[in-house]
Design a protein. Structure first.
Length: 176
């Protein structure tokens, strides 16, 4: 097998990305501390044609060199918006979208068991690296998705969690 060069990958340019039909997925990053995590999530959002990212609370905003270092230009392709209050944003978004916190809660749906509706749009809420998604936001969501884990650690890095959940949801929505 020959490793492909970037020029052989047939990727969209930024204008093509902006015109492309997006996945019916919105990402909310609420109070994310690490600029590297923010940049990584932008890059993942670009990979799966995510509709939009909302940055809330203390979550830093582009342009910033540490976000750019991991986003590698995805802050230019993925639509984003800053909102100060994540809770108010979720109250607004839940009127039109299915809002799901990615968290560990009672009665959470395990990721492998979650089956998205094909015509539904989804909002995925990712929270602070230490405290997770705020309880008030969890309370406003339609449901919770949990990534099962089998080792000794209690959680995954938020950028890793976003990658796992976005890939899973994208693949389920695009299985045809």
């Amino acid at each position: 097998m020959k490793k492909l060069k970037n020029s052989e990958l047939d990727r969209l340019d930024i204008n093509q990305f902006k015109e492309a039909r997006k996945s019916p997925i919105i990402v909310v990053l609420d109070n994310i501390r690490s600029l590297n995590n923010i940049g990584s999530i932008f890059r993942t959002a670009d990979a799966f044609l995510i509709e939009k990212i909302y940055l809330c609370g203390i979550t830093a905003r582009p342009p910033h060199k540490d976000i750019h270092k991991t986003a590698l230009g995805a802050t230019d392709s993925v639509e984003w918006e800053y909102r100060k209050d994540g809770l108010e944003l979720i109250k607004e978004l839940k009127k039109k979208h299915q809002c799901l916190a990615v968290e560990q809660t009672e009665n959470a749906s395990l990721l492998q068991n979650f089956q998205p509706e094909p015509q539904q749009s989804y909002v995925l809420v990712f929270g602070n690296e230490v405290k997770g998604v705020a309880q008030a936001i969890v309370d406003q969501c339609h449901g919770v998705i949990e990534i099962p884990q089998f080792g000794t650690k209690h959680s995954l890095n938020v950028a890793v969690s976003a990658g796992v959940v976005l890939w899973d949801l994208w693949s389920k929505l695009n299985k045809n």
